[in-house]
Ligand binder design. Structure first.
Ligand code: KG4
Ligand code: ZN
Length: 337
């Protein structure tokens, strides 16, 4: 079976063709980063308009690269939510229109399920059950994953997501949007021991996160520090160390609490190499194993939507042509496969 996947939940237009026998046949990605950089964050209206401009050429390219005609597909998956409603509407409208035109089923995919299953595209795919740490620009959550659609959210951020905290702190340090990867790069030149950021919500039981205080702490630290590049790098280091430490403490707790030995880390922040090094040491400590998506599939992409859509399509979880975009959508309400 062969499926087209479309992702338009935020500021990346992603399209991919996935075949359940042959794997990923093509994937195309257009990032709107430059468009939003001047504003220091995603401008929803501009995002929607740019998806409209890019989506059809990307679909044509993905089909050509996969040597597939639309009429040869068995389904079309699109991100149905959560995300920016205007951006979601572009992918969901195009996806449903093509499903009508080609007379094939449409499948509405949950964006976070896409992230969570992205490591399944790799040669070394995790087996169920596992704990998933999802850390993106919009979400931070720990999920007990017993199977596809069997998700128990163990904890999530009560305010800013991990990626959002990276981006906001990066902005305070004078870095461009999205600042997460730039802050990580700056931190490489930083030295530990100069600043000590808090580890929010680690001194009490539970698996929820709170990252907005770190941004405030960063603002105060930057205000009191000298303006040198080295101080900025030291602050970036201390901030990253605090976020990663906090994530590690909560991952350890989630693994202990559930007795699970496999950890999946996905979403944009899973590309962070300081996090990856810390997780490697955690897992060797816990005698467990960690799984990541390929670097290209950590941030938003069409391949993860095509993969998740294929699993849903095979289970008969298709949607009708009136299916609405869902800007807010709980992962726990998804049906099991
Ligand atoms: O999953 P994603 O592409 O989009 C959402 O669904 O939100 O994640 C984007 C987020 C941004 O906040 C970005 O700054 C962050 O992931 N990010 C990173 C790194 N690469 C991307 N944060 C820290 N270190 C990185 N290397
Ligand atoms: Zn995402």
């Amino acid at each position: 079976m062969r499926i087209l996947g479309i992702e338009t939940s935020c500021d990346e237009t992603g399209v991919a063709v996935y075949d359940d026998a042959q794997g990923l046949l093509s994937h195309e990605l257009y990032s709107q980063v430059k468009l939003h950089a001047d504003y220091g964050g995603v401008v929803p209206e501009l995002a929607s308009r740019d998806h409209v401009r890019k989506i059809i050429p990307l679909i044509q390219k993905a089909l050509t690269d996969a040597n597939t005609k639309g009429s040869e597909l068995d389904g079309i998956a699109f991100t149905q939510g959560p995300g920016l409603v205007g951006a979601l509407l572009v992918g969901s409208s195009v996806g449903r229109a093509l499903s009508y035109a080609w007379n094939i089923p449409a499948v509405g995919v949950h964006h976070m399920e896409g992230h969570l299953l992205a490591p399944m595209l790799e040669a070394n795919a995790p087996a169920f059950p596992f704990i998933a740490l999802l850390v993106s620009g919009g979400h931070s959550m720990l999920v007990n994953v017993q199977g596809i659609g069997q998700y128990e959210v163990l904890g999530e951020s009560i305010d800013d997501a991990a990626g959002e905290a990276f981006d906001k702190t990066a902005k305070l340090l004078g870095l461009d949007y999205p600042g997460g990867p730039l802050l990580a790069k700056l931190a490489e030149r930083g030295e530990g021991g100069h600043y000590k950021f808090p580890r929010p919500m680690t001194d009490r039981p539970g698996l929820d996160f709170s990252f907005s205080g770190l941004k405030t702490f960063a603002a105060n630290t930057i205000r009191d520090a000298d303006d040198s590049e080295q101080s900025k790098a030291n602050i970036a280091f201390a901030f990253q160390e605090a976020v990663v430490d906090t994530l590690i403490i909560k991952c350890r707790r989630a693994l202990k609490q559930t007795g699970l030995k496999r950890l999946v880390i996905a979403g944009g922040v899973s590309a962070n190499s300081y996090l990856r090094a810390a997780v490697a040491s955690l897992m060797s400590d816990m005698k467990g194993e960690v799984f990541y998506p390929g670097l290209a599939f950590c941030t938003d992409n069409g391949a993860m939507i095509a993969y998740a859509g294929m699993q849903r399509l095979k289970a008969g979880h298709t949607c009708d042509l009136s299916a609405a975009a869902k800007p807010r959508w709980s992962l726990e309400t998804l049906p099991a496969v």
